[in-house]
Design a protein around this ligand. Structure first.
Ligand SMILES: [Cu+2]
Length: 465
């Protein structure tokens, strides 16, 4: 249930729904998304799906794991698979409608002068994410529908006794769920591109490489799903090809990491809390990405398959990457969204706590997994005890790191100082309108003459507006 809730109801919507809905129109100089009512509809659909899945969680849970693998999910033993799967099915439409809304908005609603190559990199990231949402989400929706149909009607899609194939489910599931990793990480990458420029006082190094690497990740991401089936009886030749293509995804990801680093290099870097999260993202995402290459290597994957090594790897991507990006973005745009400032000292402190707690939680799991601790077991031999205690201690510290922002953000809403239009001294359309922005964002449609983050070198700065 942790996996179902976190993947489908938190990580996938977190940045697009919270930051994207707010920022996509502003950043391109538009009054709102192209279809505001469909946007509201996608919120209601999300809530409805959440109700079904929460019902499954509260009434006993699902014992299949978040992946709903057959034959567990089609066996009659656990009745809550139906409502959990229905929740995922319903919420999928929220993703599809949001992706559609973003794509139409970015194509049709850009202000005069906002050409494709002046778009903020946050927008490119959301454009690439939207493509995956539209192309991938229908597949997971149909797949969970087939599981439900199989359970109810015994059609023989996945049940070998009726002529079905349980591995077919894994193909369908990962055809969506690998690209879904990029639905979760690409928006975070977009956030990091914005933060790195703003807090290094430099325009991005290699704009078009970052923009196109988002599209490359979205496209290549659809051809790597077989790396989840290395031990599922897939042919060695198919495995080799999926392994090779998985290695290819590392290229656009590495392009981003190198370009962010080159942007920071010789920049006028200030270590405000959004930038601390960006540093966290770059380091932790790199560890997550490199261990992804380890897992994409077939021989090693057979050794560490279904161990805590995998758990550690994807949490470095999902938490070290996506959530670091989400928190960084939330801290960066909070003054814009609410018109209120929060405590800089507390936010730096909690960013540090999150970083320490995160690493203490998940780094020991690399070791535990490598020496053989399997996933999804509640009990383990004594030699894994120390590593598990470290993980539990880390998780407690991480929880503190998440609770502190909850407190100072709420405090800032009530008693925070008023935020100026541009509290960070950033350059971009969202920083030229009041905080919080008025309804329909702009009183006059802006005319765009340059890209975002065009900073002047301090020696040429005439005065601060
Ligand atoms: Cu994958």
């Amino acid at each position: 249930m942790h996996g179902v809730v976190m993947v489908f109801f938190f990580l996938i919507p977190s940045i697009p729904a919270v930051l994207g809905n707010f920022l996509v129109p502003i950043m391109i100089g538009a009054k709102d998304l192209a279809f505001p009512r469909i946007n509201l509809l996608s919120w209601y659909i999300y809530v409805l799906g959440g109700v079904f899945t929460l019902f499954a969680a509260l009434s006993g849970g699902v014992d299949t794991g978040w992946t709903f693998y057959t034959p567990y999910s089609t066996a009659a033993s656990n009745s809550h698979v139906m409502s959990a799967a229905l929740g995922v099915f319903i919420t999928g439409f929220s993703s599809i409608l949001t992706g559609l809304n973003f794509i139409v908005t970015i194509h049709r609603m850009r202000a005069p002068g906002m050409t494709w190559f002046r778009l903020p990199l946050f927008i490119w990231a959301h454009y690439a994410t939207s493509l995956i949402m539209i192309l991938g989400t229908p597949v997971i929706a149909i797949t969970v529908l087939m599981v439900a149909a199989e359970r109810a009607l015994h059609l023989g899609i996945f049940d070998p006794a009726l002529g079905g194939d349980p591995v077919l489910f894994q193909h369908l599931f990962w055809f969506y769920s690998h690209p879904a990793v990029y639905i979760m990480i690409l928006p975070a990458m977009g956030v990091i591109s914005e933060i790195v420029q703003a807090f290094s006082r430099k325009n991005i190094f290699g704009y078009s490489f970052i923009a196109f690497s988002s599209l490359a990740i979205a496209v290549i991401g659809f051809f790597v799903w077989g790396h989840h089936l290395f031990v599922a009886g897939q042919s060695v030749y198919a495995g080799l090809i999926f392994s090779f293509i998985s290695f290819l995804v590392a290229i656009p990801s590495a392009i981003k990491v190198f370009n962010w680093t080159a942007t920071i290099y010789k920049g006028s870097v200030s270590l405000d809390s959004p930038m601390l999260y960006a540093f966290g993202f770059i380091g932790l995402f790199t560890i997550g990405g490199l261990t992804g290459l380890v897992l994409a290597t077939m021989g090693i994957d057979i050794h560490v398959h279904d161990t805590y090594f995998v758990v550690a790897h994807f949490h470095y991507i999902m938490v070290g990457g996506a959530i670091m990006g989400y928190l960084g973005g939330l801290h960066y745009w909070w003054p814009k969204m609410t018109g209120k400032l929060y405590s800089e000292a507390w936010s730096k402190f909690s960013a540090l706590i999150v970083f320490v707690g995160f690493n203490l939680t998940f780094f020991p799991q690399f070791i535990a997994g490598y020496i053989g601790m399997p996933r999804r077991y509640h009990a383990y031999p004594p030699e894994f005890q120390v590593l598990n205690v470290l993980s539990s201690a880390g998780a407690s510290i991480l929880a503190v790191g998440y609770i502190i922002p909850l407190i100072y953000f709420m405090y800032s809403l009530v008693a925070g100082e008023k935020a100026a239009n541009d509290p960070w001294g950033s350059r971009g359309l969202e920083w030229e309108i009041p905080s919080p922005p008025p309804t329909e964002n702009f009183t006059v449609t802006p005319v765009v003459t340059e890209g975002t983050h065009q900073y002047v070198h301090p020696s040429q700065e005439v005065g601060v507006a």
